[in-house]
Design a binder for this molecule. Sequence first.
Ligand SMILES: O=C(O)C(=O)C[C@]1(C(=O)O)C=C[C@@H](O)C=C1
Length: 418
Amino acid sequence: MQSLAPSSSMTMTIHLKSNRANPTRFLIQCHDPSHSTSSPAQAPAVSFGAGSANGSRRYEWQSACSILASKVVSQQQDTEKSAVNGHPTLDLVAVSAAPALPKPLTIADLSPAPMHGSTLRVAYQGVPGAYSEAAAGKAYPNCEAIPCDQFEVAFQAVELWIADRAVLPVENSLGGSIHRNYDLLLRHRLHIVGEVQLPVHHCLLALPGVRKEYLRRVISHPQALSQCEHTLTEMGLNVAREAVDDTAGAAEYIAANDLRDTAAIASARAAELYGLQVVADGIQDDSSNVTRFVMLAREPIIPRNDRPFKTSIVFAHENGTSALFKVLSAFAFRNISLTKIESRPHRNCPIRVVDDGGVGGTAKHFEYMFYVDFEASMADARAQNALAEVQEFTSFLRVLGSYPMDMTPWAAAPPSSS
Ligand SMILES: O=C(O)C(=O)C[C@]1(C(=O)O)C=C[C@@H](O)C=C1
């Protein structure tokens, strides 16, 4: 056993699995038997004043990126199985991690991609050839992409300093939100420091010589299956569709098990890496299929006002959904556009029982956490004032990050050639 990180309140086991595509690299698997993380009680109280978040405002900004209000959010973590796509698992180390308090910014945090004296290490979910790997490369060119078997492991890799950043999908233009990552954003203390949008061009892959007529099964990531649902039907592929952990993992699985009746939905790069042929190219239901990823870091970046920024927040309130209107008005009155709103069950108290005074008994309402993205920087006084107001209507409010918007134009994928 070798210890990777000092101090202790939580013990977790890191498994490094050898990677079939590149045996010199490893796939990180992680298991946390304690299912507990840091306590929100340590979060500092902050207020939003007008003015830019630089110089003496730095500490204020850091604090703003921690929990703003009082309610304790469930830190319970699911027990998750470690999916293994045929890799031997090597139980290497047990490490410990203490709850992280906000740290002073260092000079490295001021540059867009601190290099820590060497290549930036970027964790992603999947195996080489996954779209998340491509997103990591787009976000941080020349980075060392570190494959992880689960989203949660990518979060932990950054928390434990095994990686410097994580790049994780949050929504797709066809499949919608990737809810798991919204839940994990809340349970972990990482900050969103950027976003990147990746056009997703799916291929149908099979072993060399396999024809479409031989196929009895199509396997892929659930998002990829849903993004190609109609095209597969149009192609006459009314065969079993099965979900696996990631697109490239599906390609690897077919190659490793010599499956001649199974095809994978994955990238052309996955075909190259695992020796498969492209049976059909561009099989996504919409040629402008795009997935939005967020970049996560241990420290927030300093928000600026000289380029378009987006800010992501999450909040809850005790007065049912009636407070939602007031919260949204705080942005509307200041002409701040919202780009996304998502609700997730409130893990601490998913159901609220309301007594109607004995007339008809009790009613049960769902309780939610609301995630909102808006188009303004936290360096902008309008955003600071809006959040100060939002805080009045909410029992819990956290800024997940204020970061540059991805403004790069992207070309739509070519139409299907099937
Ligand atoms: O399986 C992959 O290749 C991934 O990177 C995951 C993922 C996702 O989670 O949505 C990413 C982009 C595509 O939308 C399909 C799948």
